[in-house]
Design a protein around this ligand. Structure first.
Ligand code: ST9
Ligand code: FAD
Length: 666
């Protein structure tokens, strides 16, 4: 995307065999999405107010104030330029700094939209859209995060005053972690146990004002603050994750989000037609967005590692000629190219998940709740799979960049520090896999009942065939047949689920069995989720994809993704009898040949992400590949190099050195 200057990667770019501009459109999702993204990325990159290369040098207070400044300036630009919702979201994305706005737009607004009645939406959403109030999502407590039903905060109905009394009865009931809560939010959707007439009706959401809209002071009964520094120096510390306690705080009855359950003026609790699980709906929405974020974070790390691997040379000089580019080492390719393929795979599965979410939302509006369990299982499972893979991949990219990857200026340490909590927030990844496993066990148990599995489990309707089929691959080329690959993944996923179900049936108490077998169940869930990613990639290839060579590149990447998984999880495929050792070896041979096909296109494939140097924030990943002079110049800018002799020399170095001199003289 960058222009001007000498292009040290020009030769690499000439090697590519496909239309990069068309691939940019495929990556963005549509021509419109590409144009918006491209325009907004340039806008951010060219505005010095969005500078971010100094983040690691700021103290926590300076860092946080700087984030407030950027968020306020971004809001001003959004208003001045009359940006659409889509453009505004892109602007926040390219500013590339976790902030309270993520939670305001990403969770507070969706919670009101999903769980509020029409009337509540009409009252609160306009205020939130104009940012006249700023909100957060206050669910997790000091004592409970995963176990939402274990939350302790109470909301007790007082029929005399028509209010709820929100209270934190124990230390462990303190809200703990919500982003934007610590220093910014004026309001929260706070989750608390609904108590009416002494009866506990489980956890529900309540809109609670936390701070005065005049002077930002906490309202009476509210204790609120930041929970302290998190992993890494800059990174996620731009966010004010907070602690919050309620001391009998009173809110009007109509501030309970009442789409799922209503409490009347008389104190009657009325369940609507909407299923209880909708209280968890905001999490379904956010998990879906996190899958798309995974492809962004992964593609970013891969872009840095790929460009640098083409610039970096090590060993292999022949007759004084240049040394080997490290990207030409087969080991480098076998570590890097599967990550490149994963970035594309996650992009496409993210697109599909967005479609699934939109579809389920439309059905919910028409009171059709039938696809909610499928949406929950897919969002939970894919969130878990893609974030775990991306977190591991960012670290792998750091190692792929050798020593320089460890420098902050590579951009990788900060990306890693910002990214890894995605494995925990919005549902711990193991806890989420176990949700998928429950869904799978339910589906398997119904297989004989005549109920046809649909959606992501539709393959289970061919259980009879998949349980005994044998893979037909006999030659290396057979592993380039989508049907062969898909069937191997389907058979593996089904057989692992069925094996778990058979083992579960040996327990007289199913919950005890589930706990005992949970490690196997999590593996079965992973196999199922990997199948979804592979099948959505294959489906993508069935679409009409214009552009010279574009589809062919995607085909290559699809097989790299699938066959690398097959190689990595050979144990599963072999032990379930889905493939033979000979077929595993043929698949690996095919994979090696695919790496050679990716090699000349690698730089163009990462160029297709269309990232600006500003967004990448990496000296190693610069578009022009001009790495060494920039690294060298940057080093001198470190504050430690402000003086030649360091502060502290006279107090702490000189006396030691003099001491050595005296000892030597003795
Ligand atoms: C270099 C710079 C880079 C800069 C980058 C800048 C950008 C970065 C910004 C990123 C911002 C990200 C912000 C992060 C926000 C994090 C927010 C949070 O964590 S918020 C906090 C997030 N917290 C968490 O995620 C907590 C995780 N825990 C949970 O979700 C639940 O407690 C549970 C699901 C584990 C158990 O639930 P529980 O009820 O105890 O037990 P059961 O199992 O018995 O389930 C009962 C029934 O319900 C069903 N069902 C369940 N869930 C759902 C659902 N969602 N839907 C529908 N259904 C659902 C389930 O299937 C079952 O059905 P059935 O079988 O009866 O038919
Ligand atoms: C950066 C960040 C931002 C966050 N933002 C918000 C926010 O805005 N709003 C909000 O409400 N919350 C937020 N959270 C909280 C987050 O949602 C929770 O931390 C998360 O859901 C995990 O819950 P936990 O901390 O209770 O983990 P725990 O459940 O205590 O996990 C600890 C370990 O126990 C294991 N474990 C737990 N239960 C089971 C089980 N049933 N079976 C097997 N293993 C199990 C887990 O796998 C994990 O290894 C945020 C967290 C972070 C880190």
């Amino acid at each position: 995307m960058e222009g001007g200057g000498v292009d040290h990667l020009a030769e690499e770019r000439q090697k590519s065999r496909f239309d990069v501009d068309e691939m940019k459109i495929v990556w963005a999702g549509s021509r419109h999405a590409f144009e918006v993204s491209d325009r907004v990325a340039r806008l951010v990159a060219s505005d010095p107010a969005f500078r971010k290369d100094n983040r690691n040098l700021l103290s926590r207070k300076e860092l946080f104030k700087n984030t407030l400044r950027k968020a306020a300036y971004a809001w001003k630009r959004i208003m001045e330029l009359r940006l659409t919702e889509e453009e505004a979201a892109k602007l926040r994305f390219f500013i590339d700094e976790p902030a309270y706005t993520d939670l305001h737009w990403g969770m507070f607004v969706p919670a009101i939209k999903g769980q509020g009645t029409e009337e509540q939406q009409q009252k609160w959403l306009p205020l939130a859209y104009k940012m006249q109030i700023i909100g957060c999502y206050a669910q997790t407590e000091l004592g409970h995060g995963s176990n939402v039903q274990g939350l302790e905060t109470t909301a007790t109905f007082d029929p005399q005053t028509d209010e709820f009394i929100i209270n934190s009865p124990t230390l462990t009931s303190s809200k703990w972690w919500p982003g934007g809560l610590g220093k910014v939010s004026t309001h929260a959707v706070a989750y608390a146990r609904l108590i009416v007439n002494g009866q506990d009706h489980g956890v529900h959401g309540f809109i609670v004002q936390l701070r005065s809209l005049d002077d930002h002071m906490p309202l009476p009964g509210i204790t609120v603050g930041d929970i302290g520094m998190k992993f890494g120096s800059g990174a996620y510390n731009t966010m004010d994750n907070g602690v919050l306690r309620f001391d009998h705080v009173r809110i009007p009855r109509n501030q309970m989000l009442m789409r799922v359950l209503q409490v009347t003026r008389e104190g009657k609790v009325v369940q609507s037609d909407v299923p209880r699980q909708l209280i968890y709906g905001t999490m379904v929405y956010v998990r879906q967005t996190i899958v798309s974020d995974a492809s962004s974070a992964l593609s970013r790390a891969v872009c840095i590692a790929t460009r640098y691997s083409a610039v970096r040379r090590q060993f292999g000089s022949q007759k004084g000629g240049p040394e080997t580019q490290v990207i030409d080492y087969k080991t480098q390719q076998s570590r890097l190219f599967p990550l490149l393929a994963s970035a594309y795979a996650f992009r496409f599965v993210g697109e599909w998940l967005k479609w699934l979410y939109t579809d389920v939302t439309q059905r919910l509006q028409a009171n059709d709740f039938s696809t909610l369990p499928e949406a929950h299982a897919c969002t939970a499972g894919l969130k878990s799979l893609t974030t775990s893979a991306t977190a591991d991949a960012i670290e792998e990219c750091r190692k792929l960049c050798g020593g320089h990857g460890y420098l902050t200026s590579s951009g990788l340490p900060e990306l890693f520090a910002v990214y890894i909590p995605a494995c925990t927030y919005e549902g711990d990844n193991t806890v989420l896999l176990l949700q998928v496993a429950r869904f799978l066990m339910k589906t398997v148990s119904q297989l004989g009942s005549g109920k046809q599995p649909v959606g992501s489990t539709a393959y289970m309707s061919r259980a009879e065939h998949l349980m005994q089929c044998r893979c037909s691959a006999q030659r290396v080329e057979d592993w380039l047949k989508p049907d062969v690959v898909l069937e191997a993944f389907e058979a593996r996923a089904l057989r692992m689920s069925v094996a778990c179900a058979q083992n579960l049936s040996k327990f007289s108490n199913p919950e005890e069995g589930f706990a005992e077998l949970s490690a196997d169940l999590a593996e079965a869930a992973i196999a199922h989720c990997q199948l979804i990613v592979v099948s959505k990639f294959v489906e993508k290839l069935q679409q009409d994809i214009p552009g010279q060579g574009v589809k062919q590149q995607l085909q290559t990447l699809c097989f790299v993704y699938s066959l690398h998984l097959l190689h990595k999880h050979q144990g599963d495929f072999l032990s379930t009898g889905c493939i033979t050792p000979k077929q595993a070896s043929l698949a690996n041979e095919q994979l090696r040949s695919l790496y050679s096909q990716v090699r000349p296109n690698a730089i163009a494939l990462v160029d297709a992400f269309n990232y600006t140097d500003h967004y990448l924030g990496s000296v190693l990943g610069r578009y022009d590949g001009n790495v060494y002079p920039t690294l060298y110049e940057d080093a001198w800018k470190d504050p430690l190099n402000d003086s030649v002799v360091p502060d502290g020399y006279h107090e702490y170095l000189r006396p030691v050195l003099k001491q050595q001199l005296r000892n030597a003289r003795l």
